[in-house]
Design a protein around this ligand. Sequence first.
Ligand code: URA
Length: 434
Amino acid sequence: MRAVDIITQKRDGGELTREEIDFFIQSYAQGEIPDYQASAWAMAVFFQSMTPRETTDLTLAMVASGETLDLSHVVKIAVDKHSTGGVGDKTTLVVEPIVSACGLPVGKMSGRGLGFSGGTLDKMESIPGFRCDLSTAEFLAQLKQVGLVLTGQTADLAPADGKLYALRDVTGTVQSIPLIASSVMSKKIAAGAQAIVLDVKIGLGAFMQTEAEARTLATRMVEIAKLAGRKAVALLSDMNQPLGCAVGNALEVKEAIATLKGDGPPDFREHCLEVAGQMLTLGGVAPNKAAARQLAIEAIADGRGLTRFRELVAAQGGEVSFVDQPEKLPQAQFVESVATPRSGYLRQVHARIIGETVVELGGGRAKKGDPIDHAVGVMVHHKVGDFVEAGAPLFTIYANHQDLLRAARVRLLEAYQWSDTPVEPLPLFYGLVE
Ligand code: URA
């Protein structure tokens, strides 16, 4: 087989066989196919797409490029969650401790920020000492002993995805349904998940802009899970405006801790209760979603979720005093509250512009491996549908450079649109794919 024939076949709209896909992926993972051919192939897939069968074969080929974890001797059922990425999405920080507190152990391998969307590992590293590089042996031991792990993907799991993802990030080939579906599902299957709650984001700050695209992606991922013998459900959730109020690493950790104390923003709390409810139902801890949700509410109310978060931080070498006193988390030098320039109903709080602005403030990376500033970010004080009086605080900028703060102020005001007539608040969810 020759890589060039596989590329041209896909370029011309052909359907690839399982053998061709497997050959291409294994050869790429082993360095036998160079990046330029893999880029051409990814672009061909971007334009020609893939059938559900090809997408499943691609997923399984990426799983086969590395090791697969078997968690059956560690936990009764391994339930995982995965968000397709968004702005202000600190859900994992709240949901995992809650679910674990309700009796369902969770071991999650998360990612770093990508483009305008934030990453769980970067957020957790706002806590000094917190380690995100656990070995497989450490991951398994902590899952057994503590019942809660939050670390980075180990290099031996789905390495083809790691390589291809980095390539897609710089070749304009991220926003492809078969490529996203296989990327997400290969990681989850390789990490041993038996049941998966997918959080598929839709809107201005998401990789999928429309509900129709998001539904197709969700359906594709749920089908792959089924064919691989795993259970999955996919929530379709809004990402037109940021989730919660905080965008930026340390600010999001503070908001997650506040939510675990019962003080978080209502939209974010509700989002977490829904995801936790789905995980607890899939994990068989509760007979139905209403009962699962009640368990999650109780784990927040009696402080067990927060205690579990503290235990997670301690287990991975983090300074627990930063959980007890979140004001110790990295603080920006300059904090500026920006007032609403006009009265009206908020019609748009553009999530992508806010995410990009936080990256420009230093809260994300311009290129792979760049250091990030955990202290910087933005707090949005109002949501779509709110009536805001001229002069009232609209957002607060946290910056470490005056010039970046000035640029952020201008850019952030572009994220907002007003209406003189009432505007419906945005829904949190658009449906569930089972
Ligand atoms: N998240 C992933 O893990 N992969 C993608 O391709 C997009 C979002």
